[in-house]
Design a binder for this molecule. Structure first.
Ligand SMILES: CCCCCCCCCCCCC/C=C/[C@@H](O)[C@H](COP(=O)(O)O)NC(=O)CCCCCCCCCCCCCCC
Ligand SMILES: Nc1ncnc2c1ncn2[C@@H]1O[C@H](COP(=O)(O)OP(=O)(O)O)[C@@H](O)[C@H]1O
Ligand SMILES: [Ca+2]
Length: 541
């Protein structure tokens, strides 16, 4: 049965269709893009699927068992179609579910599949052609299996074509991105951890700047935004970028976010030393504690993700602090603060505000970078850890992250300074990264929201930049005169999204929304979701 609406509006389809052995009323509101039905069993549970979350629609043959039971089928040969859709479960996990409807009228069945397929065609943000890089050695070395078993079948169900590259060495994906015909693709997918994501991001952003004639070595250069989205299939050790932008590290959930064509802009920090480009960072740029963990853990790659716990424990016991100077420009343009109670969620208004400011600025100055005379704040001290995070850095080890109120796309980073304190106090701070308590509520921890910062260690200030190497060679790593004092004659290393940097003196600038991911940020945990869909369906049916 079809109900016509006034001219210019898409009709609403309402039919009695078979579901299993019973009959149920199914509604497709093409205007609002909603498919709804009430399950004839399961206590009459209501289902409510936005067409933006339908994965595929297929004509299907009912199997023999389905055909031979039930009184409806005995009348004539039934015609059936299956709808594959996103089912949202707890903790931001998405599943692919399917439902098969049938009817005896072939025309009606065709009308339904046609209407659903047309609605899917209208989803212009969905990717059709993807370039996939798989790191077979990331995390627990399951990347290839995860992709083949969990992701590839979903992509093919959604009629997405893929070119798949299994990397053979580090930087394979990055170098390859400078050579491929990138315009052929609607997105790039990386299967691996944060390191693999970082590689793909460097390839894409680097390629973009090269094609636009922008010199990455110039720390003040206005960078060109990268509009080709990156999808992350988590198969690494920390998977912080995936967890912080989706809310869970789960390959199926991430694949579904790619299929429905989600888009989440992301801030990227550029890191320079003496007018030389070093790296980009999206998650953690950490000196001291996290730099030392990374350096130690690289030797223990064979341990897999456990290497971070092992090196974390070792680094915690060594309790080294580092002297240096941090200068930063506070991020005055953004509305939030690192001590806010609310965190960045899907459709975040603080990130939207920054997006608007960015658009206005680009309209005003084009690509030219606005000369920025804003004040610099300078802090000298002895630090156990200096962490600059562009996003919360939530991950399974720290579900709310190193800075729970950091925003994905507000053009700022949170700079967390943990000053020299006792082992016990440092442990209290660390533990709070893993529970609900406030990790900043200590006299030895300061946090600032910044748009750029610089760091120089005392060693490089005193002696010129290459003295650290000499120091390391002559004195070994630690102060020999005071073996128990934990002060360091050597510098620490910067941990840049899980890669070490060669220089300890760095200059960092946040580039607002430089790139985009196939994600939508973390969705508000909506306990009322079921109730909402219930009331909506009541209205619809
Ligand atoms: C007492 C336990 C305290 C635990 C504190 C846990 C805080 C975890 C915060 C993690 C922030 C992660 C930021 C993201 C970094 C990644 O980009 C990056 C690369 O990832 P990839 O290998 O997937 O490519 N990952 C990392 O640099 C790893 C960070 C290391 C996290 C492990 C920290 C474990 C600390 C254990 C301390 C033990 C103290 C024990 C005292 C009795
Ligand atoms: N085929 C390969 N062989 C060795 N290293 C690789 C390969 N492909 C990618 N890499 C590198 O491995 C590093 C870690 O990868 P990642 O996927 O992040 O795993 P993990 O999360 O376990 O660190 C990345 O820096 C990446 O450049
Ligand atoms: Ca940010």
């Amino acid at each position: 049965m079809e109900q016509q609406l006034p001219a210019g509006r898409r009709p609403r389809l309402v039919s009695s269709l078979g579901l299993g052995q019973r009959c149920c009323e199914v509604t497709l509101d093409q205007e609002r893009g909603l498919l709804a039905w009430r399950h004839p069993r399961r206590g009459g549970e209501n289902y409510f699927v936005p067409t933006s979350e339908i994965i595929a629609v297929e004509e299907t043959e009912l199997n023999k068992k389905q055909r031979n039971t039930g009184k409806w089928q005995k009348l004539a040969k039934p015609h059936a179609f299956t709808v594959y859709y996103v089912k949202k479960a707890r903790n931001h996990r998405w599943w692919c579910r399917d439902v098969t409807f049938w009817c005896v009228d072939e025309n009606l069945c065709n009308q339904w599949t046609q209407a659903l397929k047309e609605l899917l065609e209208m989803q212009k943000c969905r990717p059709k052609q993807l370039l996939v890089y798989i790191n077979p050695y990331g995390g627990k070395r399951q990347g290839k299996r995860i992709y083949e078993q969990k992701v590839a079948p979903l992509f093919s169900l959604a009629s997405i074509s893929t070119d798949v590259v299994i990397t053979e060495h580090a930087n394979h994906a990055k170098d390859n991105l400078f050579e491929v015909n990138i315009n052929k693709y609607d997105g790039v997918v990386c299967v691996g951890g944060d390191g693999m994501f970082s590689e793909v991001m460097h390839g894409l952003i680097g390629r973009m700047q090269k094609d636009s004639g922008i010199d990455q070595n110039n720390p003040k250069a206005p960078l060109v935004q990268c509009n080709i989205r990156i999808g992350i299939i988590p198969a690494g050790s920390t998977d912080c970028v995936c967890y912080s932008t989706v809310g869970i590290s789960d390959p199926v959930t991430s694949a579904l976010h790619i299929i429905v064509g989600d888009s989440q802009p992301l801030d990227v920090s550029s890191v320079h030393h003496n007018n030389t480009f070093l790296k980009y960072s999206v998650s953690l740029l950490g000196y001291g504690f996290y730099g030392d963990i990374l350096k130690d853990s690289e030797k223990k790659r064979w341990m897999g993700p456990m290497r971070y716990d092992y090196s974390g424990f070792k680094t915690f016991l060594s309790h080294h602090y580092y002297e240096g100077t941090i200068s930063f420009q506070p991020a005055k343009h953004t509305l939030g603060s690192p001590r806010d109670k609310d965190s960045c969620r899907t459709g975040c208004y603080i990130c939207k505000e920054s997006e608007q400011q960015l658009a206005e600025q680009q309209k005003k100055c084009g690509l030219k970078h606005e000369e920025d005379e804003e004040e610099w704040k300078v802090i000298k001290g002895k630090f156990l850890a200096i962490n600059a995070v562009n996003m919360s850095c939530a991950c399974p080890r720290s579900p709310k992250g190193l800075s729970p109120a950091a925003h994905l796309a507000d053009g700022s980073a949170d700079l967390i300074l943990v000053r020299k304190c006792s082992r016990f106090d440092f442990l209290r701070h660390l533990v709070r990264n893993t529970n609900q308590d406030d990790q900043f509520d200590f006299s030895f921890v300061d946090v600032y929201r910044v748009k750029s910062f610089q760091f120089t260690s005392k060693l490089s200030e005193d002696n010129g930049s290459n003295v650290t190497d000499i120091g390391k060679k002559r004195f070994g790593q630690f102060c020999r005169d005071h073996p128990a004092c934990c002060c360091n004659i050597a510098d620490s290393t910067w941990n840049c999204d899980g890669e070490t940097l060669d220089s300890s003196a760095i200059e960092v600038r946040v580039h607002c929304q430089l790139m985009k991911l196939f994600a939508r940020g973390i969705e508000e945990n909506c306990k009322d979701e079921a109730a909402y869909s219930h009331s909506s369906i009541e209205h619809l049916l």
